[in-house]
Design a protein around this ligand. Structure first.
Ligand SMILES: [Zn+2]
Ligand SMILES: [Zn+2]
Length: 166
């Protein structure tokens, strides 16, 4: 989605309000489709001296899978997006967003911010016990019994033997 900011940059207009829904449902990230639902962006673009400032918030549902038990997680998130927009850059500076031809590519900018904001750890709950590595049962639903096997003294001996031959 391109937003024309020419009037703001040329001083013909002071503010422009934003309220839109961006569709990133096709985006694949780390094996998931994190934004199945539209990302709502609302806020304002305003002219301030030589620059134009974007102040917005993105409201979205972040879909992921629990790192331990693979359960689906849908987390409601809100991300403030505050960036300074310029039409030319003197130095390579990440702080500013370069707007080509007065056209702001809002979806690109928002997507970049969204990806950076995503948590690196996804747990359905802090104390998720995960799935059993032996039988694959979700241990949150109850113990599977494999625990007993691993403390079986006969098995422990076997494990020692295989450790030595490795
Ligand atoms: Zn979990
Ligand atoms: Zn098990």
């Amino acid at each position: 989605m391109l937003i024309n900011l020419k009037e703001l940059f040329t001083g013909k207009r002071e503010t422009l309000s934003l309220d839109c829904a961006l569709d990133f449902s096709n985006l694949e990230y780390q094996g998931n489709h994190p934004f199945a639902q539209p990302v709502r962006v609302s806020g304002e673009v305003s002219a301030d001296a030589d620059v134009v400032i974007l102040r917005a918030v993105a409201d979205f549902v972040y879909d992921s899978a629990c790192d331990r038990c693979l359960a689906e997680i849908h987390r409601q998130m809100r991300l403030p997006i505050d960036r300074v927009l310029v039409t030319s850059l003197t130095d390579e500076d990440d702080e500013f967003v370069l707007v080509d031809n007065y056209q702001l590519a809002l979806d690109e900018l928002v997507l970049e911010e969204l990806i950076l904001s995503l948590p690196t750890k996804n747990l359905c709950r802090e104390d998720c016990r995960g799935i059993c590595p032996i039988c694959g049962k979700d241990i949150n639903m109850g113990l599977c019994g494999c625990r007993n096997h691993s403390t079986d003294p006969r098995l422990a001996v076997l494990e020692q033997l295989t450790d030595q031959t490795d």
